[in-house]
Design a protein around this ligand. Structure first.
Ligand code: CTP
Length: 403
């Protein structure tokens, strides 16, 4: 997409999240976007076409043989003028149909006959999302250039908790608002760290932090969508790995070693991980028993991964994060200079850690650039767009590992 969306076809498939699409359509229309709603027959079991017609202010289409379209070809005509088709909710079944190019109803035929971008917001039960068949379909859709937004994790209609819930309407609106030329990072190799680290104390305990990994994963996913060749090095998280090379680690030392092994030939390094600064001097081989009233741990410093990368002879373009609990900008400016990074994203832990939304201020040589508060996906787009504008035309480094 190279311009803000003005005309959207919103496709709805069968899922309880259809109720959220009612609110989504209301928000889109409020922004002046023309919305044509197309529903599968399963979608009409969850919410009526009449509701969607009232909210969109336009006729709703459910039938491949609809005669209201003048040339009798709604499967082509409806998306001809559209800037994008958004399928929300996108069921597991509909995603499987997209993968195979099935076209047995109006919505699937429209998706096949389109020449505009296709965006899908999956919504399904946790186990359906995690099933290898769905994950294979997700990978294929991404390869086919389909943009996935979400799913989110949390409580589900079936009573389970996990990944699969459709994103909230406002987060979808935020993600759509971002105009991103899909090839903005084409040809770039990007190494990203994400999540917390765990520093073992004994066989059953460790020191960690509250990082969820959501920001780093959102950046990895968005960079993939922008055409980058992404390698993600992740501490332990509850998130599904994006479809790129992903290396799972536990401790800061392991993350450091993985980064140093992968950094050669990378164009960009984005350090999003919340790395533990200290680890126990010794890991006890046996579980520590409670005898005394107090227990002291002797901690030693962990390597600073970002600083290690920026001090390479020819480092890639480096982006750092600063998570602060107060005096955000003061600390962030100092951190950018200390770590010697051209671009730093500063956020308050109270506004960032664990949640789906965040608030970020970008800091570079030009000064401070506050981004609007919003979903981590939206912020990932904005950060990467800003970063892409700072990359020299060819940034391929020949970074070498330190002795
Ligand atoms: N970072 C890193 N390795 C570490 C510590 C931090 O790569 N051992 C990176 C983080 O991924 C982030 C940046 O450095 O990009 C700043 O991390 P932050 O935790 O905010 O700051 P610290 O450098 O740890 O400093 P302090 O804890 O004193 O705020």
């Amino acid at each position: 997409m190279t311009r803000p969306i003005q005309h959207l076809v919103v496709g709805m498939t069968g899922g309880i999240a259809a109720y959220k699409t009612a609110e989504l359509v209301r928000l889109l229309v409020k922004q002046g976007i023309r919305v044509d709603v197309v529903m599968t027959s399963a979608a009409t079991r969850f919410i009526t076409p009449l509701t969607m017609q009232a909210l969109s202010g336009r006729p709703v289409y459910t039938d491949l043989w609809d005669e209201r379209i003048a040339n009798g070809m709604p499967h082509i005509e409806l998306s001809r003028q559209a800037d994008a088709i958004l399928v929300a909710p996108a069921s597991a079944d509909f995603m499987a149909k997209l993968v195979h190019g099935a076209a047995d109803d109006l919505l699937s035929t429209l998706c096949l006959a389109r020449d505009c971008p296709l965006i899908v917001a999956p919504a399904m039960n946790r186990q359906m999302w995690e099933h290898p068949a769905t994950q294979r379909n997700v990978a294929q859709l991404q390869k086919d250039g389909v943009r996935l937004i979400g799913p989110d994790s949390g409580e589900q209609a079936c009573g389970e908790t996990g990944l699969g819930r459709m994103l909230e309407p406002q987060s979808i609106v935020d993600a759509l608002q971002v105009t991103c030329p899909s090839n903005l990072l084409a040809g770039k190799r990007i190494l990203i760290t994400a999540g917390p680290t765990i520093e073992a104390i004994d066989p059953v305990r460790g020191i960690t932090n509250f990082s969820s990994g959501k920001m780093g994963y959102a950046i990895a996913q968005t960079a993939i969508e922008m055409g980058a060749d992404v390698t993600l090095i992740s501490g332990p998280t509850a998130l599904a790995a994006p479809h790129c090379t992903t290396i799972q680690v536990t401790s800061a030392q392991q993350m450091h070693d993985a980064v140093m092994a992968e950094v050669i030939g990378q164009d960009v390094f984005i350090a999003v991980a919340a790395v533990a600064d200290y680890r126990p001097r010794e890991v006890q081989s046996q579980k520590i028993k409670k005898h005394a009233d107090t227990l002291q741990l002797d901690l030693v410093r962990n390597p600073d991964i970002l600083a290690a990368v920026t001090s390479l002879p020819r480092p890639p373009f480096c982006v750092g994060f600063a998570a602060e609990s107060g005096h955000l900008l003061d600390h962030a400016h100092k951190k950018r200079l200390q770590k010697n990074v051209p671009l730093l994203a500063a956020n308050l832990v109270s506004e960032a850690m664990g949640g789906d939304d965040s608030r970020i201020v970008l800091i570079d040589d030009q000064g401070e650039h506050p981004l609007p508060p919003g979903s981590k996906t939206m912020l990932a787009h904005m950060l990467l767009q800003h970063m892409a504008g700072m990359l020299p035309p060819s940034t391929t480094s020949d970074a070498s590992t330190p002795e």
